[in-house]
Ligand binder design. Structure first.
Ligand code: ADP
Length: 631
């Protein structure tokens, strides 16, 4: 029987709990505060009634208790209306459904995230990356075949394996171990339904003779710029029967599957309530690291490999997701997503990704689950950065604009413009300039920080604010060393270049960067105040070095000369919507180092196989297939 361990909603010692302010102020002037979420150990202060009325949550049949408890502590009330809710934790929806979400609402999914959340799509996307970038970078998922399409390829691989290979067959879009089987005979293969057939990792790392896998929580707050966080704890789920490699035991699900929903049916299953203890069939991830540490294993190396897998897997679907976000969402503010990565360690402790869940189970039926998932959800909701809507956002057609100056409005003074504000012409030119360089080095890309435009300041300030709310999550992209991943993007994106450069420059002295942004926000630069012309970017702002002789001898390090750059970009021909007919003179040079190595000085020293070029040099104003979409 499953005992549901509820978090305390209110306790007799309530008054003794630490009271936390309901709003977390921004680090920066003229930026809005965000709502605070707590665990059961804290109380959240009550907002004045006018603001409290805005705290509405849309319940769904799949909203987990741990989410309900967390939002209740922050005084959210449930609503059934469509347009007054601020948050919802629900099902994934079809892309078109995202069109109805208002600018101030947040849903826990991105359109298109099934591109990694379905097993068949995950495999397709990762194998595409493997084909482009090679096995050295993309060799962390078992080879798979999607049936019926790949039946011939599977047959060949099957024969190459001499019939001794074990395979695991999975429905392409199910969960909790449903429909999964380990097989070794061709005639065991079901023929009538779509299927994912995957190489079975037959030599898993065992603890006390049992197989296990890891549930890693990954949270994406934004896809453009991409910001990925990984939770520093997680769950280790053990099979409840000792592992054997015998073909005869392949039908034993308690031996070969590690899902809790499968193993809880085994009378031998032992639960564990202690997040420190290495006992029973579920452990905290931190307990596993502790255990492996005592065996002399370097767990930092494993963790770094897991981070690498996570970043690459998220990047594998980012192009698809960003296209849908731009097509269907009024505001990028409206989406965030928690992913559950299932990772298995083989006998050499190499991590393999088995699947990615877009609705990871948040059920908490032991104190161990509550401890891990409760804190994690608190951190997710804090990172999400819920901002109280302004009155006029809630009532766009309201005749009384007088009410717009109520306390609600003033609370959000200088609030974020959730609908991405139109970029100014010089901002568009700046983006085009940094995206159109095919050959550029670290020095060139670092110049992106020289003159920060209003949108740059907004994005950087938002990212710095977000980072202060990360709790037990760790941001893995961008980070000081993440520029090396930029080459895996199908389309280079300006904001990723900006944030990666910012990280490289400021990660050791973050307070210096924050002071700089504070100054700019104080002047209202992020709100478009450009009275101070130094924030007005023009091609002349780039006074860096330009390579002049790239074609003459590519093997010698090109001589760099300080020059002003001189190519004309005709903005209308680039279909940079919003620029009107204005022709923008920009200085763009096209012969700088390859964008695929951008941001990483080591990468530019050691050329890596270039992805199929996504940008061509723009040497004229003609139809250059342009980065406008990727800006
Ligand atoms: P589900 O979404 O149904 O949980 P998974 O792909 O996570 O499907 O597989 C369920 C379980 O089967 C995993 O937790 C793991 O224990 C086992 N498993 C899945 N794929 C493999 C594999 N390629 N090799 C070994 N074991 C696997």
């Amino acid at each position: 029987m499953t005992v549901i361990v509820e978090e305390p909603m209110s306790t007799e010692v309530e008054d003794e709990r630490l009271e936390r302010p309901a709003l977390v102020p921004s680090l920066f002037p003229l930026m809005p505060p965000t709502l605070y979420f707590s665990t059961a150990n804290e109380r959240v202060e009550l907002l004045p009634v006018e603001q409290r009325k805005l705290l509405k949550w849309r319940m769904s049949s799949v909203t987990p208790n741990v989410v309900k408890h967390t939002i209740t502590r922050s005084h959210f009330k449930v609503t059934k209306k469509n347009d007054d809710w601020l948050g919802c934790w629900g099902h994934h929806m079809k892309s078109l459904g995202f069109k109805t979400i208002r600018e101030y609402q947040k849903l826990n999914h991105f359109p298109g995230s099934f591109q990694i959340g379905r097993k068949d799509r995950l495999w397709r996307n990762l194998s595409k990356m493997q084909a482009r970038f090679g096995k050295r970078e993309f060799n962390f998922f078992p080879r798979s075949f999607v049936l019926p399409q790949d039946i011939k390829l599977l047959r060949k691989a099957w024969e190459d394996g001499g019939g001794r290979q074990k395979w695991i067959i999975k429905p392409p879009a199910s969960a909790r171990g449903i429909g999964i089987q380990v097989i070794h005979k061709w005639n065991q293969m079901p023929r009538k339904r779509p299927l994912l057939v995957q190489k079975y990792i037959h030599k898993p790392y065992l603890i006390s003779g049992n197989k296990f896998d890891l549930r890693i929580y990954v949270y994406v707050t934004s896809y453009d710029p991409l910001r990925i966080y990984i939770y520093n704890d997680g769950l280790v789920r053990f099979a409840s029967c000792k592992y054997s490699s015998s073909m005869k035991s392949l039908g034993n699900k308690f031996m070969h599957l590690t899902n809790y929903s499968v193993n809880k049916k085994n009378s031998e299953y032992q639960s564990n309530s202690d997040d420190k203890a290495c006992q029973g069939h579920k452990w905290a991830l931190k307990a596993l690291w502790q255990y492996l540490g005592t065996k002399g294993v370097n767990t930092t190396v494993i963790w770094e490999k897991i981070k690498d897998i996570v970043i690459k897997t998220i990047i594998a679907s980012e192009s698809y997701i960003n296209t849908l976000v731009k097509m269907h969402l009024r505001s990028p503010y409206s989406c965030h997503e928690l992913f559950g990565f299932d990772i298995m360690l083989d006998e050499k402790l190499k991590p393999w990704v088995l699947e990615v869940n877009i609705s990871p189970s948040l059920h908490s039926n032991t104190a161990l689950d509550v401890a891990i998932k409760g804190q994690m959800i608190r951190d997710v909701l804090n990172l999400a950065g819920f901002v109280l809507p302004q009155r006029d956002e809630l009532q766009p057609t309201a005749s009384s604009s007088a009410s717009a100056s109520s306390s609600t409005s003033s609370l959000c003074a200088g609030g974020r413009e959730r609908c991405k504000p139109e970029l100014s012409t010089d901002e568009r030119v700046k983006r085009a300039f940094y995206l159109s360089q095919r050959f550029a080095d670290q020095e060139f890309f670092s110049s992106v920080l020289d003159v920060l435009t209003p949108d740059d300041v907004r994005v950087l300030a938002e990212s710095e604010d977000e980072l202060t709310r990360q709790g037990e999550f760790q941001r893995v992209f961008p980070c000081a060393t993440s520029a090396r991943y930029l080459r895996f993007f199908e389309h280079p994106r300006y904001l990723n270049i900006l944030l990666n450069q910012w990280e490289q420059k400021h990660w050791q002295h973050r307070s210096k960067g924050i002071d700089l942004l504070r100054n700019l926000c104080q002047k209202g630069v992020h709100l478009g105040n450009l009275s101070d012309t130094v924030h007005h970017w023009s091609s002349k702002s780039y006074t860096g070095h330009v390579r002049t002789d790239l074609n003459s001898n590519p093997s010698t390090k090109p001589e760099l000369t300080r020059s002003s750059v001189q190519v004309t970009l005709s903005v209308p021909s680039l279909s940079l919507g919003g620029c009107g007919d204005e022709e923008v003179q920009s200085s763009v040079t096209c012969s700088l180092p390859d964008i695929s190595t951008l941001g990483s000085s080591s990468a530019s020293a050691t050329p890596t196989p270039s992805p199929s070029p996504t940008l061509t040099p723009c040497s004229s104003s003609s139809s250059c297939h342009h980065p406008a979409d990727y800006m």
